[in-house]
Design a protein around this ligand. Structure first.
Ligand code: SAH
Length: 227
């Protein structure tokens, strides 16, 4: 009995030290994001709340709070934290926003969006990743996210218009269907370009039904798959 108690106490101390370690690493990541120019305090706080290590597969967990993309299987990656923060900042999210994400991947970006908007719809084309993200987000208790398995090129007409749309896989050209599903005064953020050429991040602002487009920084994303 005594030994079981000692063993239990030992496990408790080890798990406390282990979780403190993640918190320390996560805090260090936030300092790096600030250094790289992320200013929005709400976004920094949100990134401090979401456990990236729970979205990263086992062999890469130790790198979860490094500012780097990491493999999530099926030749796909979870984006670099700086890019997640930067794209989230560009979306200018408001608490009443309805958001569409194309490319659920691990579900990490969707988790960040869900804490800053009212509802998030996210589409993933690889069924295995889609089901894993569904389970993960449910297990972590994110209630305002709907994960849809399917082709993001079509968007989600039954839930349109969206106040904000974010693409986390790169098409060669922004799909017209998605522009149509963007609300008036809405913002769409997308990496655009061919797989082996330089891609750029674009910000599209729909104002009085006119499209205003700005070309931002060069980026590297996995390509958006066409069915
Ligand atoms: N946002 C993700 C990372 C995205 S990686 C995260 O936070 O982890 C890009 C993802 O887009 C991949 O999972 C890929 O399978 C998916 N994807 C590519 N083409 C797609 C399409 N046409 N529709 C939906 N998802 C697509």
């Amino acid at each position: 009995m005594k030994y079981i108690f000692i063993l239990g106490y030992f496990c408790f101390i080890v798990s406390c030290l282990y979780s403190q370690d993640w918190e320390k690493k996560k805090h260090q990541m936030i300092l790096t994001l600030k250094e790289y120019g992320i200013k929005d305090a709400k976004i920094l706080k949100t990134m401090e709340m979401v456990p990236r290590h729970k979205f990263v597969p086992e062999p890469y967990k130790i790198y979860a709070y490094e500012d780097t993309p990491l493999p999530i299987g099926y030749n796909q990656t979870i984006s670099q934290p700086f890019i997640v923060a930067y794209m989230t900042e560009l979306l200018e999210l408001k608490p009443k926003d309805k958001v569409l994400e194309i490319g659920t991947g691990s579900g990490y970006q969707a988790a960040i969006l869900s804490l800053l908007a009212k509802e998030v719809y996210t589409i993933e084309i690889i069924p295995e990743l889609c089901n894993q993200a569904k389970q993960k987000l449910k297990q972590l208790n994110y209630k305002n996210i709907t994960v849809i398995c399917g082709d993001g090129y079509k968007g989600l007409p039954q839930k349109a218009p969206f106040d904000k749309i974010i693409l986390t896989a790169a098409p060669e050209k922004i799909p017209e269907t998605l522009l149509k599903q963007l609300n008036n005064n809405g913002i769409l953020i997308a990496p655009v370009g061919k797989e082996n050429e330089i891609q750029y991040l674009y910000k599209i602002h729909k104002k009085e039904n006119q499209i205003i487009q700005s070309k931002l920084i060069p980026v590297r994303f996995v390509p958006m798959i066409r069915k």
